[in-house]
Design a protein around this ligand. Sequence first.
Ligand code: AMP
Length: 416
Amino acid sequence: MISAPRGTRDILPAESWQWAFIVRTASQVMDSFGFREIHLPVFEHTELFARGVGETTDIVEKEMYTFNDRGGRSITLRPEATAGVMRCAIENNLCVQGASAKLWNWGPMFRHERPQKGRYRQFYQIDAECLGIAGPMADVEIISLSLELFRRLGLKNLEVVINSVGCEKCRPVYRQKLIDYFSAHKESLCETCLDRLERNPLRILDCKKEECGKIADGAPDIFDSLCPECREHFAQVRAGLERLGFPYRLSKRLVRGLDYYTKTAYEILSGNLGAQNAVAGGGRYDNLASAIGGGKIPGVGFACGLDRVALVMEEQGCSFGEAPAVQVYCAALDEASRGDVQVLTHELRKAGISAECDTAGRSFKVQMRNAGNCRFACIIGESERENGSVAVKDMKEGSQESVAVSEAVRYIQDRV
Ligand code: AMP
């Protein structure tokens, strides 16, 4: 027996209709904010992520699914969406001469992480990116977009956490301050953080280990190191959030795992998820385009974990809308009626009514059992065939009426 690879799972009908609801809602919210959908390849040249996400990040160092294709090129299953969206914008000239682009997409991402609740090796993200705009209003739009999505999905107990991670001017100064500080606490840092000390000290700030966390709490505050431009940008983002009435918490320890972030970084946390408590994360990435050879295109965006949102919605008892149900079941009382039953089913479907009939030669009793979930059953037997009628049974009321075949579609249309 061959099973699905560790960290992957099948999304079966019992869950897939809930996913469809989330994606449908996302699509509506994106439309209402003027974001347009794109579809991107799920694999890209490895270099895109190595240069875009950053060589020293956990994702690139440890988590990518990378292989050589038959032409000997190094290919990687996308671990995140932003680098691909930026590649797409550059390649298709979407942001030339100061043009901006508001784009969204959704689909699977791949990271070789240790699977646990809410963490998979193939997981799904809904992603929105606003490219070509450097000002803080775009950051506020993105945070507002993610919160509107969660509001429409009915999620409760969410917390917005924001930080500024500075820019290429002020981050090196802060980086050095961190190296100095953490070097003095070397003996209490975990192996991973020791390894990060010289290469990526900012990542020590979001280590989940208790000991490292305690030390990180005492680390220098990035707010004291921000250059005037980053400081002003962050103040504007905060003011914008306050104008829209969004509460948030500042956290100097929020740095996120990807190198391309500049200025704003944010996460939306849910109290309902254990360790994997982020339902969405994002921020600004003004250096990503140049890192992948595309000149200067500022950007800000977010990605939300579909698997996790579905999990939280389930736990919080949120509504996923109506579960899909077929409206009419057409049943044959005898063998000779099966053809007529399929024709009626076809006519109902053409009229926009969802309908099913048995195609497996099952008994009338079994057919009627299957009709139990439908609003109506349309029954055809010998006498119906003889007088050109259908017995329409209202499955809620239990009542039954004889209707002319020619009238059956209209009769049901008036009642569903
Ligand atoms: P990131 O790209 O790491 O900022 O992640 C953005 C969002 O994607 C997170 O807030 C999670 O909701 C989701 N996510 C990230 N990694 C995983 C994973 N391995 N399994 C499930 N969801 C994930």
